[in-house]
Write a protein that binds this ligand. Sequence first.
Ligand SMILES: Cc1cc2nc3c(=O)[nH]c(=O)nc-3n(C[C@H](O)[C@H](O)[C@H](O)COP(=O)(O)OP(=O)(O)OC[C@H]3O[C@@H](n4cnc5c(N)ncnc54)[C@H](O)[C@@H]3O)c2cc1C
Length: 493
Amino acid sequence: MSLHRPCRRPLLLGVLYHYNKTLAAPMKRLPVYDALVIGAGISGSNIASRLQAAGMTCLLLEAGHWFNRHTYPRNERDSNASLFWGGGMELNTSTTMAILRPKVVGGGSIVNQALLDEFDGSAFDSWRAQSGIDFLRPEVFAPVYEQIRKDIPNEKLDHDFDNGNARIFHEGLTACGYETASLTRAQRGCRFEEGNDCIECLGGCRLDSKQSTPVAVLPKGFEHGLQLLADCEVTQIVPGRDVQRVYAQHPAYGALRFEAKRIVLASGAIGNSKLLLGSAGFSEKLPMLGQNFWTHPQYMMFGVYDKPVHAWKGPMQSWKTSDPRFRAKGFKLENVFAPPVAVSMLLPALGRELARDMRKLDSLASIEVAVRDVTPGRITRAANGGVTIYKELGEEEKRRVDAGKDIIRETFASTGAKRVIDGKFGIGLHLMGGLCLNQNASGGCIAPDFRLHDFPGIWCADSSSFPTAPGINPSLTIMALARLATTSILESA
Ligand SMILES: Cc1cc2nc3c(=O)[nH]c(=O)nc-3n(C[C@H](O)[C@H](O)[C@H](O)COP(=O)(O)OP(=O)(O)OC[C@H]3O[C@@H](n4cnc5c(N)ncnc54)[C@H](O)[C@@H]3O)c2cc1C
């Protein structure tokens, strides 16, 4: 990947460093913020920036580190260790699913594929049916999606730069009679003609062409005076009538206490559940806390070819499946590849046989099946203060995985694969639910106006608010929910 762009924001970084220092030193004199947002991922960055731009004083607290395009880790091992909770991955209780949970300023927008997809009628129908909330409809979200697409640069991938994996995916599926469509990604100017490879940006984009929230969203908040404290993990929330308190830990500043008129929870499906389960008084009033946890379980398969595939080259993913038969059956196929350490973990062979398969890395293609899960998982607080993640496939999900794998085998066979290898374990990276929007506290923790039931000073509109698994990439809808919640917060103020 070439790195020719000059740094555009040294001044801003300096100003924020100063904020961090001033935040740390005179703790006792900190103001009561209008809003304190916990988690600087997709939802938190959007809500904090928009509230600050609308005139509120906001503080954004993030447990992860704040990197920029010059400082992102340079190899896969360091990326895993520095950008994710659990040093790279967490596991479900049966150790059959690797859970990838971002921990970095920008959250998922730093490590994700930046694919932007709108929810369809089926996703909103299931949300309304489960939550009893009427505004969860395509016609309410359509203008919000449109506005986000105007505000955040996004492009359809140019198929002139398709690598061998993309060609296998598109040509194989088409030959087998299935529909594909081009993907839209939040990116600008990846300059593939210069040989840039998007697989690198899974560890943070060093061109700033991926439109992560530190690139596309946070600068607007900073212009208006938004304060951000990175490396600061919130450990407890104490709700109050007019003032909410938050306790946190920082490696340099130690134990911290903040006060705000309102708190916005934006630490993701697992983060929010963990935080509320570890704070007094929430479990009693929110019986569904930690329940209905979804992951869109994904299973990767590799096709071994006798010619180079170069699956990591250029835009890593440029096609998606758009076949209505797949949607009806509850799965989709994704044309992704993984960096070498991840591939070596996914390949089932060991020792010499694994080395033999890894030597074929150049000639491996990969397609994964991602299923719309219907068997809910559950998050509980572990005795050591961490989380325990209960997430298994039910019979229906197993059927969906098998149906998707059959199509992948067909696709590899039609394009001349010599061998097909099943990935060893499942992956969960669309982490959703745990709090869930619901008309009533008996069904979920978040009321239709995005406040927690019974806690009017605490708001939430991130991935933890999803009532069911939509079976569609979540981040565009997380941004839409964040905008709707911001409006609701401003109206209430
Ligand atoms: C590898 C990968 C690829 C993906 N690809 C896509 C894609 O192409 N398209 C798509 O739509 N979705 C994709 N996703 C999913 C998407 O990124 C997530 O759904 C999205 O980021 C969730 O947004 P969020 O705001 O709810 O949480 P996040 O973006 O995860 O942000 C939560 C933040 O809160 C912080 N936090 C947690 N606990 C605390 C605490 N106690 N104190 C302070 N901070 C805390 C975390 O460190 C984190 O930074 C992908 C995810 C991964 C991991």
